[in-house]
Design a protein around this ligand. Structure first.
Ligand code: ARG
Length: 314
């Protein structure tokens, strides 16, 4: 019998949990089998001092260049921040940077993680648009000052990855859900999966209006998720439904025009959502969530709402 070297043992341990899953038949675990992951209690937000719509890189921005009311944007942002605080989150505020109007969407420049040993780590994004690429270094600086170990993807093998816009942790579990097709390439998830030894369920996004996973999928708690089904493939939907016992579905108008699925449930109980998604609010309330409606109209002009205006951290 061959004896395993320590290096080989390490590799086989990593291979056991690290893989990119693309169909339901590959999901050979139940949620209870997965190791726990500490839940994030902190939030980073970038002030909208320099927020505006200056270019068009998603369908929601069309017709909105120069149309942001900065005063309204600041008020909306402060109310979103206060809603996170009221839900028990610690909020860090970072100044925006002139010339980087989308930096306010700080879910996009990185994907943070806490390891099983309790170490804080982050993988920095490779933004899709030239306009947004310089944002990453500013967010990286914040991580450096806040004790995170920083990883970069090899840009020779991965061309695009937009952080927590597309890669979202399953609440409380070492399992990552990864959207791809518009702002992230599927290849990124092979590297992320190997880096942290976690399975990634990869979901192809099918509609340009739902260009990030966070526009069509909102984690509520370990068992519950809110989605806009038409943004996924049949295979993707089957994977979502096989993992989550409770799947709440948003309708087209609320998902596309009000970004209902870009809501955030920071603590498994309170859901912060753009105002007016009447049917989604009803469904969430019936499922036992406390819903808090906020205004993010200025940010909707840029194709973002509550979820992408912040980053969840440890
Ligand atoms: N204007 C930004 C962009 O197109 C909006 C980003 C919104 N972020 C999100 N995670 N959905 O990149």
């Amino acid at each position: 019998m061959l004896s395993q070297s320590p290096a080989l043992k390490k590799i086989s341990k990593v291979n056991f949990m690290s893989k990119v899953i693309i169909s339901q038949s590959q999901i050979n675990f139940s949620l209870a089998d997965l190791p726990e992951m500490e839940k994030p209690g902190k939030i980073l937000m970038v002030k909208p001092t320099h927020f505006s719509v200056d270019y068009v890189i998603n369908p929601h921005m069309e017709g909105n260049v120069g149309k942001v009311d900065k005063e309204n944007a600041m008020t909306e942002w402060e109310n979103v921040r206060d809603a996170f605080k009221a839900a028990g989150m610690d909020v860090y505020e970072l100044e925006g940077v002139e010339g980087l109007p989308d930096m306010v969407f700080c879910a996009n420049q990185s994907l943070p993680c806490i390891t099983e040993e309790g170490d804080k780590e982050v993988i920095m994004s490779i933004m899709y648009s030239e306009n947004r690429k310089p944002e990453v270094a500013h967010i990286e600086e914040w991580y450096l000052e806040n004790g995170y170990a920083i990883h970069h993807l090899n840009y020779k093998s991965v061309d695009i990855f937009e952080g927590m816009g597309d890669a979202v942790w399953h609440p409380g579990k070492r399992l990552l859900w990864g959207g791809y097709g518009f702002r992230t390439s599927k290849k990124a998830y092979e590297h992320i999966s190997d880096q942290w030894g976690v399975p990634v369920i990869a979901l192809k996004l099918t509609h340009p209006e739902f260009y990030h996973l966070d526009t069509c999928m909102c984690m509520l708690n370990e068992d519950s998720v809110l989605i806009y089904p038409a943004a996924f493939t049949k295979k993707g939907l089957a994977m979502i439904k096989s993992v989550f016992p409770n799947v709440i579905e948003a309708e087209e108008y609320e998902a596309e025009k009000l970004f209902a699925c870009n809501a955030t449930c920071p603590n498994g109980k309170d859901v912060i959502i753009q105002r007016g998604s009447t049917n989604t609010v009803k469904e969430l309330t019936e499922a036992g969530f406390n819903v808090h409606e906020v205004d993010t109209e200025e940010f909707l002009k840029s194709g973002g709402s509550v979820f992408c205006m912040k980053l969840m951290l440890w």
